[in-house]
Design a protein around this ligand. Structure first.
Ligand SMILES: C[S@@+](CC[C@H](N)C(=O)[O-])C[C@H]1O[C@@H](n2cnc3c(N)ncnc32)[C@H](O)[C@@H]1O
Length: 364
């Protein structure tokens, strides 16, 4: 998954600038239009104002504030947020730096092109080490649909052996095939311990009532584990000095990662807005993604000292912001028909409303 998506030359996200949106392979909230970014900008401005007040109480009123976006792809969301801040909160934009975190020089280049008019306020970082060297973050760190695009381990339950094994990928001639690995990768090897399915699972799953079902799971039951996403989130949390860490994504929100009635896992591929049958068919030309395990991600943040503000449906999160904008029309602007249309697409259960969740954690 890592090579298929991120190989410097052939990786899907390296070679597909237009991956997201109508001309691409899948929609995100960003491709619906500028409203998503405008609502986020309004919310972030509120959080940054609160932080500014708290900084003043701490005697650090002039301390710089940051908005950090990870996984910005072509920079569209950053542009929507920055344009709104410039128009509606120029006072705040004067005090805020927009940091983009992206390991890929090519994607950074796409983002630089798009955001050139904001040049002095925007900075790029390749990894969390660089962010920490710059002093960490006081402000807001966020990502939209990043965690679901990080590589996963694909485990399967062997009913006969009463243990988990791992599916890997090998080549046969010109084709890629699933193959049973002789050993579990160290990242997930804890699952193989003799206490069978129960003892080795991480805290989030152990707490789940589904775990007691593990020994009676159907043979071949698939469970993805995402140590990269959990690791990513915990480093993000460690890099946050004060403020909020948040993500929008789709995934399991309540210990439902092990559900015997859904035995095939969530790993899937998209091309031209269609689900692709064979995930391995044409790597580099299709998106590959899996559900985020929000319980595990939330634990990773908590272990790094963050408090959980909320884990809620994206539609609810956005609706609350929209309600507040209507109480302050001078601050946000009117709601013409086009804005209403975008809002409906973002929140309606038949569009993006049902499937996405928002997780917010904080360090005061
Ligand atoms: C599904 S796209 C989402 C794009 C955009 N956020 C949106 O909502 O339209 C995920 C993006 O995250 C980028 N990405 C992958 N790994 C990353 C990492 N470790 N740090 C930052 N960005 C990463 C991918 O290359 C891709 O551009």
């Amino acid at each position: 998954m890592e090579i298929a998506l991120y190989h410097p030359e052939h990786g899907y996200y390296e070679s597909n600038r237009a991956a997201v949106g109508q001309r691409g392979d899948f929609y995100t909230s960003v491709s619906v239009g500028e409203l998503f970014g405008q609502l986020l900008a309004f919310q972030f401005a509120g959080w940054l104002d609160e932080l500014g007040t708290r900084n003043a109480e701490r005697g650090t009123a002039d301390a710089p504030l940051q908005i950090v976006e990870a996984g910005a792809h072509d920079g569209q969301l950053a542009e929507d947020i920055l344009l709104w801040l410039r128009k509606r909160r120029p006072d705040l934009l004067e005090r805020v730096e927009y940091w983009l975190l992206d390991p890929s020089p090519r994607r950074q280049e796409w983002q630089r092109e798009r955001l050139s008019i904001f040049a002095p306020r925007v900075k790029w970082f390749a990894n969390w080490g660089e962010v920490q060297q710059a002093g960490g973050v006081t402000g807001v760190i966020f990502a939209n649909e990043l965690l679901d695009a990080l590589p996963v381990h694909r485990l399967a339950w062997s009913g006969a052996e009463q243990r988990w094994f791992e599916w890997g990928v090998r080549t046969i001639g010109e084709r890629f095939m699933w193959t049973r690995l002789p050993e579990l990768h160290a990242n997930v090897a804890v699952l193989a311990q003799p206490s069978a399915a129960l003892g080795g699972l991480d805290e989030s799953l152990r707490e789940s009532s589904w775990v007691s079902l593990a020994p009676v799971l159907p043979d071949g039951f698939i469970l993805e584990r995402m140590p990269f996403a959990e690791f990513w989130w915990s480093i993000a949390a460690q890099s946050l000095r004060h403020g909020k860490l948040m993500t929008f994504d789709y995934g399991h929100t309540s210990g439902d990662a092990i559900n015997p009635s859904k035995p095939h896992g969530t790993l899937r591929a998209y091309r031209d807005h269609q689900l692709v049958d064979d995930i391995l068919a044409v790597p580099g030309t299709q998106d590959i993604t899996a559900h985020v395990n929000f319980a595990a991600v939330t634990h990773a943040g908590a272990r790094a000292g963050l408090a959980t503000v909320e884990l809620t449906e994206q539609s609810r999160f956005l609706t609350r912001i929209a309600q507040r904008t209507m109480q302050q029309p001078a601050g946000f602007g009117e709601w013409p028909r086009e804005r209403v249309r975008q809002f409906q697409t973002l929140t309606h259960p038949d569009h993006l409303g049902r499937s996405f969740s928002a997780l917010v954690q904080e360090r005061c």
